[in-house]
Ligand binder design. Structure first.
Ligand code: GLU
Ligand code: ZN
Length: 331
């Protein structure tokens, strides 16, 4: 046992697609190749968007790829108490405070439209109410809760992206942990869940890179350890856009139903991750040689050529030179 614990955290809001397959394979290879444990967490807190009937498909998809996990999958929606407890402790410590602002008020309060469309919270309710109760009484309804974020920029060292600096205070301000409708924010849930499962490393798509500093601040406020983060480039369509969960053709369930050999996805995922492997290997067979160091920078385009390869029509347009075949090659 190495003490390494990784996790897979799919959201059952749509079918898993080839991009998820690649991120999950990379996460699994990275942890398992070093003797670590893997936990599987179903991120189904978002009741409006989660579709319970998709969970089974998602588990089958992972198994089809050759991915396994330790212990039964956990479901966020099964037990809300840990999130409540984390919030309560933050309120007691002064790390979180009540916010009664509407979206409109937040828009008006921010001085300039923010890059990336994300609203920056100006801190309007910081120090405004004596307590959460007082805020509720004055507002006459449930209130949101926000984390009080210190204003210093944070330097993190990502296992894939390297050193990067983020200023949460400047970019998003005191961010939401629980909304006025009493639903828990993703940032809170992920931090509480990773800590509960004693996760030591998080490998996921780099669309979540910008959330990492928020999670770091929240871990510090809750006195929880920080995992090591690895953010891998996303798979994109030929026009460079991120893949949509809606596109049926890219869904693992469709490929599975069409009789696609999962080793083709495995080979594609491995080659686009810079691994010197030959075709026809299953995911576990790659564990012996997997090394994240080979991972190329930049997004991974996925289009009709890759689709045809999966369906067995054409060879993979290999993103890398052919793998070295060992000794004995003539120069
Ligand atoms: N459930 C999230 C997603 O599917 C992943 C959360 C995470 O890895 O932190 O995008
Ligand atoms: Zn407010």
């Amino acid at each position: 046992m190495t003490g390494i614990i990784g996790r897979l955290a799919p959201s059952p809001t749509g079918y898993l697609h080839v991009g998820h397959a690649r991120s999950f394979l990379l996460a699994w290879w990275h942890v398992r190749s070093r003797g670590g444990r893997i936990v599987l967490r179903i991120e189904d807190l978002d009741r409006a968007r989660a579709k319970p009937e998709l969970v089974d498909t998602c588990l089958r998809d992972l198994e089809w790829l050759g991915i396994d996990w330790d212990g039964p999958p956990t479901y966020q929606s099964n037990d809300l108490q840990p999130y409540e407890e984390a919030l309560a402790s933050l309120v007691v410590s002064g790390g979180a405070y009540a916010c009664t602002c509407s979206r409109k008020e937040i828009e008006v309060a921010q001085s300039a439209p923010h890059k990336g469309g994300e609203l920056r919270y100006a801190g309007t309710c910081r120090g405004r109410y004596a307590s959460v109760r007082a805020a509720e009484r004055l507002a006459d309804r449930a209130v949101g809760l926000r984390l009080r974020v210190s204003s210093a920029p944070l330097d993190l060292d990502d296992g894939v992206r390297g050193p990067h600096s983020t200023d949460v205070h400047r970019d998003v301000g005191d961010f939401l942990l629980a909304r006025r409708d009493r639903t828990f924010a993703y940032q809170l849930a992920v931090v509480v869940d990773d800590a509960r499962a004693a996760v030591t490393e998080v490998l996921r798509g780099d669309d979540l890179l910008s959330s990492t500093a928020r999670q770091w601040h929240l871990q510090r406020a809750l006195d929880l350890p920080h995992p090591r983060w690895y953010h891998v480039p996303l798979v994109v369509d030929p026009a460079g856009r991120r893949l949509a969960k809606r596109d049926r053709d890219l869904a693992l369930a469709s490929l599975r139903a069409a009789g696609v050999d999962p080793r083709r996805l495995v080979f594609w995922a491995a080659r686009t991750a810079g691994q010197a492997v030959s075709e026809e290997l299953s995911a576990p067979e790659l564990l012996r040689t997997f090394d994240l160091k080979g991972l190329p920078e930049g997004p991974v385009p996925f289009g009709p050529d890759e689709q045809s390869y999966f369906r067995g029509a054409v060879p993979l347009k290999d993103p890398l030179p052919p793998p070295a075949t060992g000794s004995g090659r003539s120069p």
